[in-house]
Design a protein around this ligand. Sequence first.
Ligand SMILES: [Zn+2]
Length: 324
Amino acid sequence: MANIPWLADVLRSAGVQVVEHGDWRNRMRPGSFSPIGVLWHHTAAFSSASNPHPALNVCINGRSDLAGPLCQALVDYHGVFHVISAGRCNHAGSARASGPIPAGDGNTMLIGWEIDYGGDQATDQAMTAAQYNASIAATAAVLKQLGRDSSYARGHRETSTTGKIDPSFIDLNVMRADVARAMNPPTGGWTSTVDNTTAGRFSASTNWGTSAFSGQRFGENYRFANPVAASDAAWYKFAIPETGNYRVEAWWPADPGYNNAAPYVVVTSGGNQTVTVDQRVTGGQWRVLGTFNLTAGDANKVGVSRWTNGTGYVIADAIRVTRV
Ligand SMILES: [Zn+2]
């Protein structure tokens, strides 16, 4: 028995938002557990900003036909990792060989993420960007901890002996390439940080107040605004040296009164992409929003939008962009 009591800490150190559920270190199925890889699933439950983890209870407690826990962690709509178990779980069943994973007992060999989205034609719901980015960061961190490379990240549809289709709507080879990049980021690359007080590089309307309330702030203060159904983003301007891939990270102070679905808008070479985060948790640290292709030039590259169905103040503090 090789349990993984380090799971929550390893995820947090990779910039992943974590919620620990109950006595997760001692919640597990009986039997062997010697993980060598990570298996991605979808729950087939339709999630949303207001119902971000519909399958959480069943993943903890199981179903009438399958005893829980059903995964080591559930990934909610906002990309938050809900850590459920440090040991063996009923998620993989018997496995057929896939990549370096041999045929055998999948629940012994694999750590499972249940990513909470519909994934089928009835719901027509794909994984959110927040779910994908957090799952990449988490998979990279766990494989590094296990001493395995990105080929040990698999999808259930690759190992299932019973015709499972999950995780739907993603390319698993692209997923492994993204995990590999996250595990081995190039060093010495260009990086730039813009705070809300950085001269000439931050802009926001007067609807955004200024506060130094939270000790988790970056620099001397940060900006805040109520949600509104209108375009009134705070913008961060970066002088991107060359068109290419960049890691974008955000820093916010967390508070229960802040927004639970704050939209960060990244201006990529292929159009705007929005990543929604929960600013009530995981404050006072850099948190990875993802890796994006950015166009060379000095322009507004990242914004924080007030246009959200979440509640509480939307916070604009600091953004860091790094060439990868
Ligand atoms: Zn599955």
